[in-house]
Design a protein around this ligand. Structure first.
Ligand SMILES: NC(=O)c1ccc[n+]([C@@H]2O[C@H](COP(=O)([O-])OP(=O)(O)OC[C@H]3O[C@@H](n4cnc5c(N)ncnc54)[C@H](OP(=O)(O)O)[C@@H]3O)[C@@H](O)[C@H]2O)c1
Length: 314
């Protein structure tokens, strides 16, 4: 689809807040990077947060105003979207995105929202191999049917932050990474760079014409190569162990439960992706990041170095 982003920049009147969701994220945390980038560009940002905790305080310290709310609480969405023309919509990898998008879009229609940049993924399709890809496709359609302009930002890469969520504990505790990707060449990007790109799309609605922007990663790396890179940065050997998709799925479910964040959808999504990528579906890389944001993307070495403490035993 083309031409959907012909909105005039008046939707971004600097006095109006831009609603940014997902600023307190514990996975990619892309929303915080969106908020920081928009604030740095001089925009007023309102962050939707579920709790007034230390993560929300950090977002306020960045310069955002806070709106207490939840995708499941319609009245809170009406309050958060009041006076807002443009929004960033981010939902975690987990069940419930289509319902959240429905409530968000309905509240937005009520309050005069005009543009949404939503974070999505390459496997978004009605016949996607992953349940998250199918649900995310419904969310995208809801925003289109509701008549919003904006971009579905489909990331065709893994977030480097997955290494913190899925692998850092085993790197710390047993000096290894274990999953079902084997030696498939995966493409990677930092969620901070994703946030910067989303902010660029919000700040400049005519940056791309397409309704769907597929943004490939910045670098190709297999998991054995990642283990070698982490070993190099940390100065100790980190091994790689290949698991079957079933064993890995069970391990992901157990680990999420142990963290107090049960997420069967997340495990199903990752296991389905590993199955597809082991069949050698190619993952592209591209220079879209530098071209559209003007900033060089984060390298894996810089990322690991910045998070050295997460990979290091106490
Ligand atoms: N990870 C990857 O490799 C990858 C690759 C490509 C695309 N993606 C896409 O990236 C997206 C996830 O982005 P991310 O990693 O930046 O997100 P994230 O860090 O997981 O953050 C999710 C945010 O959503 C908030 N949230 C959850 N439920 C909510 C609710 N009911 N109401 C209001 N807020 C709620 C969370 O708040 P709390 O902190 O309060 O829970 C958190 O701030 C997904 O759409 C996924 O498809 C991920």
């Amino acid at each position: 689809m083309t031409g959907s982003n012909a909105e005039t920049p008046d939707i971004l009147g600097r006095a109006k807040p831009i609603l940014v969701t997902g600023t307190t994220g514990r996975h990619g945390g892309s929303g915080r990077a969106v908020a920081q980038s928009l604030i740095a560009k001089g925009f007023r940002v309102r962050a939707l947060v579920r709790k007034m905790d230390e993560r929300a305080e950090a977002v306020a310290a960045d310069g955002a105003e806070l709106a207490l709310g939840d995708y499941a609480d319609y009245a809170s969405l009406l309050r958060a979207l009041d006076g807002v023309s443009s929004a960033y919509f981010c939902y975690p990898v987990g069940a419930g995105i289509a319902e959240a998008a429905g409530l968000f879009a309905t509240a937005g229609k009520e309050t005069g929202l005009r543009q949404i940049v939503d974070l999505s993924l390459r496997s978004t399709a009605p016949d996607s191999a992953t349940p998250q890809g199918r649900a995310q496709w419904v969310a995208e359609k809801i925003f289109e049917w509701a008549g919003f302009s904006g971009t579905h930002l489909r990331i065709a890469a893994f977030f480097m932050e997955n290494l913190l969520k899925n692998d850092a504990a085993s790197v710390r505790d047993s000096g290894q990474i274990a999953n079902a990707f084997g030696d498939a060449a995966l493409s990677w990007v930092s969620a901070v760079d994703v946030g910067r790109l989303a902010a660029a799309l919000i700040a400049n609605p005519s940056l791309v014409d397409e309704r769907v922007l597929v943004a490939p990663g910045t670098v190709h790396l297999t998991y054995p190569q990642i283990a070698a890179e982490i070993s190099d940065v940390l100065g100790r050997r980190i091994g790689y162990v290949e698991l079957s998709t079933d064993d890995w799925r069970q391990a992901l479910i157990r680990e999420a439960e142990a963290r107090g964040e049960p997420n069967i959808r997340g495990a199903d999504h990752l296991a389905a992706q590993a199955k597809a990528l082991r069949a050698r579906i190619p993952m592209p890389v591209s220079d879209v990041w530098e071209r559209l944001t003007g900033a060089a993307p984060t390298s894996l070495r810089t990322f690991v170095d910045a998070h050295r403490a997460d990979f290091t035993p106490l």
